[in-house]
Design a protein around this ligand. Structure first.
Ligand SMILES: Cc1ncc(COP(=O)(O)O)c(C=O)c1O
Length: 399
């Protein structure tokens, strides 16, 4: 208790207060559990906001990290290294992409992708194309290009002026996108599942329509799979469930197995517009991070793994739907796909449910004011899912 209090006090004194955090201090993790300084154990339905796909202390990930750290921890992108090259090859072999750019976070991969779109738009046409159409309610990160293309005013306030040349259409409304296309548009930006925006799943017609629109008008289609890629939906990439491929896609979060990574995947036609010196990142393609990411990707691709995610996800959604039937006055809707699920609450703010879960040793995260989000490690067992659903039932019963 004393150490917890001391850390909380120092945190409030020394760390910029950009986060609202509950008053416990996490010390370690094991499997799908986190432990705080006072020895309390929490079942984790946050997984580092979609990072810890294999939970905590995964043997293969630790081994890859240890081995590579001992061998070569960092070297500049002035030189070739083995792990980043192998990771790039495996990413290309298992996606739409022809080329890979490595950086260190989601927002950085989004910034890189915006630059690649503009470079393509400025070199491909006699009159440069540089405008973006993004979606209302989207989320793409916190740096300037990212907030400028994020369709939620709360992330803009106080930070204007933003990047010019961005307009916003309505998610899942193809005609609203069509209306915004001009001779200057270079790309359409979309999350196949809007995660931070409240867990809204794109319809097949919407993504397929966007692809046709991009083909007809010669625009790039850019998918942000930073949160919902890497097996979260039960396929390696969410787009695989739509029969639609993008021209650029961003990855981050779970791919790094707990270490910071960002990736921009590109089709060759975009890569052709990018020259040496156009973009760079000192820590991008770091050997330790990419060795771990290679291990993560191999584990995601291992026989039967994605099928097991689909089964666990079906179990989670069935449990939540049953709960909704029982508590239809409280739970308005269940959203999501695979192991990203949200319950839309009617009468009380999501934050109150999150606090009630925490009192019962389960960690979940809100997603906007009214959505309780469940984002477990992909290795969460069915009986652990049942435990969370039962606890939710108890919270609702106790009002
Ligand atoms: C869809 C999406 N894009 C971009 C980001 C930004 O990623 P990062 O926090 O690694 O910069 C996030 C983070 O939550 C995200 O969910």
């Amino acid at each position: 208790m004393r150490k917890t209090q001391s850390i909380l006090k120092q945190e409030s004194e020394y760390i910029l207060q950009t986060y609202g955090r509950p008053d416990f201090v996490l010390e370690r993790g094991n499997g799908v559990y986190l432990f705080d300084l006072d020895g309390n154990r929490y079942l984790d339905f946050v997984s580092g906001l979609a990072v810890n796909a294999f939970g905590y202390g995964d043997y293969d990930i630790l081994k890859a990290m240890e081995k590579q750290a001992a061998q070569l921890m960092h070297c500049s992108n002035l030189y070739h290294t083995v792990p980043s090259t192998r990771l790039a090859k495996l990413l290309v072999e298992n996606s739409f992409a022809d080329r890979v750019f490595f950086c260190n976070s989601g927002t950085e991969s989004w910034e890189a992708s915006l630059k690649f779109c503009r470079k393509w738009g400025s070199t491909r046409f006699s009159e440069p194309k540089y405008e973006f159409i993004s979606m209302n309610n989207s989320f793409h990160g916190r740096t300037y290009g990212s907030i400028s293309t994020t369709g939620q005013p709360k992330y803009h306030r106080g930070f204007e002026p933003l990047l010019p040349g961005v307009s916003f259409a309505d998610f899942n409304d193809l005609s609203s996108v069509e209306e915004l296309v001009t001779d200057r548009t270079c790309a359409i930006l979309v999350e196949p599942i809007q995660a931070e925006g409240g867990i809204h799943v794109a319809t097949d017609e919407f993504l397929q329509g966007l692809r046709s629109l991009c083909d007809d008008r010669e625009l790039l289609l850019v998918f942000d799979e930073i949160q919902v890629g890497m097996g979260r939906t039960g396929s390696l990439w969410a787009y695989q469930q739509y029969g639609v491929e993008p021209d650029i896609m961003t990855l981050a979060k779970a791919l790094g197995g707990g270490l910071p990574i960002g990736v921009s995947l590109l089709r060759q036609k975009v890569a052709d517009a990018v020259e040496a010196g156009d973009h760079a990142a000192t820590f991008g393609a770091n050997p330790v991070v990419t060795a771990v990411a290679l291990t993560v990707l191999k584990k995601l691709l291992a026989d039967g793994f994605l099928e097991s995610v689909t089964e666990r996800a079906a179990h989670l959604h069935a449990g939540l739907h049953k709960l909704q039937e029982r508590w239809s006055e409280e739970i308005v809707e269940i959203r999501g796909r695979g192991l990203i699920a949200g319950t839309v609450m009617k009468n009380r703010p999501a934050a109150e449910y999150i606090a009630a879960f925490r009192e019962r040793d389960i960690l979940a995260a809100p997603c906007g004011p009214d959505v309780v989000r469940f984002l477990p490690p992909l290795v969460m067992e069915k009986d652990q899912i049942d435990e969370a659903v039962d606890v939710f039932d108890e919270i609702l019963r106790q009002g």
